[in-house]
Design a protein around this ligand. Sequence first.
Ligand code: NAD
Length: 487
Amino acid sequence: MRAQPNASHFIDGAYVEDSAGTPFDSLYPATGEVIARLHAATPAIVEQAVAAAKRAQPEWAAMSPTARGRILKKAADIMRARNRELSELETLDTGKPIQETLVADPTSGADSFEFFGGVAAAALNGAHIPLGADFAYTKRVPIGVCVGIGAWNYPQQIACWKAAPALVSGNAMVFKPSENTPLGALKIAEILIEAGLPKGLFNVIQGDRDTGPLLVGHPDVGKVSLTGSVPTGRKVAAAAAGQLKHVTMELGGKSPLIVFEDADLDSAIGGAMLGNFYSTGQVCSNGTRVFVQNGIKDRFLAGLRDRTEKIVIGDPLSEETQLGPMVSKLQRDKVLAYIETGKAEGATLVTGGAIPNDVPAEGTYIQPTVFADVTDTMTIAREEIFGPVMCVLDFDDEEEVIGRANATEFGLSAGVFTRDIARAHRVVDRLEAGTLWINTYNLCPVEIPFGGSKQSGFGRENSVEALQHYTELKTVYVAMGKVEAPY
Ligand code: NAD
């Protein structure tokens, strides 16, 4: 098997197997080939991982942020040096085209290690608060053992986005990747050890929805950061609340992307395509409700159709390929069912909507799909599809489109294309979302905070903001005189 790791789990600096765990296969979505055989974590493995993290954390927390950061920066260098190897693994794990993984997956993880490695020494500071003769000070202290739970669309990136701020703040982490994409996080664990991270600080255990709760409910875990769907988020947040744990929730979306008549049409079409078809549409922040002002609707749809039909679908390991398969058959079938619902509810299928010709029978491919004449009440305009399905909705004026864009339980992202800079700021100001773009879409460099509002979650990843979510504030009052007690 071409991507078989040494063992299923990585605990306390070494690969660990427990064949008593439920066996599962990792498939290459482009062909259905089994690329690795693994076991889900047993309760004993969960215990072992949390215990290793708990044991390692105090000494790590006692190091200076600069010393911790140096190790993360080394890990970033190793990831960059091995970018091709890691990208190929990510492509095998997810089915995403190598054209994407080479520039958006390990590189984004490396950015995260580099950024947090460098910024920690300056950002993990407290305050000095003068109180007359007395004073107080605050310090940011690590939470302890943090759990990261990942989705399958950006496995390496998600592991790094959680590990980097957690580790540099002085925490240890146990990370559980998605059962669909178990391989990349193991490599990250190996690389961190090679970079000099003491053992036990970043552990990876495998498993699914039965394993996650064992981690979330573990009494020695102080924080859970989940990237996943809204229903999973509700369960994880509820379980964490039972023990009043810290949580970060990076959940799903149905984000609006608004194109005004004065927009640069080519850019708007390109932005909408990136925001719907990149990673075969499996991106949480995608702008899947594309609101197009009536005056440019026909030109927008013509250009969009033309460019969409030229997308190169094929072998994800070929650098020519622009669109790979979906992560699994289950997910592909779910998307096909949404396409049928869209047709049945009266949306106009502009292009796509089917399984492409000339792809391997066991590959989980689907055509990039555009629906026009979508209305707000249609299922495809309300529910997260998480596949390459773009819904185009028409609108007449600014006030109307803001109300309709906000009429959703989700609040992850939003975008606006217009040449009118005042309107751009006015509109984004009123859109209910955590991460917004003007005249572009889906760019998430590590320097800027990323995260959602409403049912799309809370907490932020990336930027110095993320450090707030992996630390607690400790306040110390210092008296300089004698205690004056009334008794
Ligand atoms: P999912 O919710 O099915 O699973 C996410 C992870 O949670 C997996 O590792 C899974 O094993 C685990 N899990 C499931 N039930 C659990 C439970 N009860 N307790 C603990 N862990 C549990 O999501 P998915 O299908 O892997 O990913 C797709 C979803 O993720 C989409 O909704 C997408 O929008 C969202 N997502 C969000 C972001 C973001 O940053 N906001 C990024 C990527 C994906």
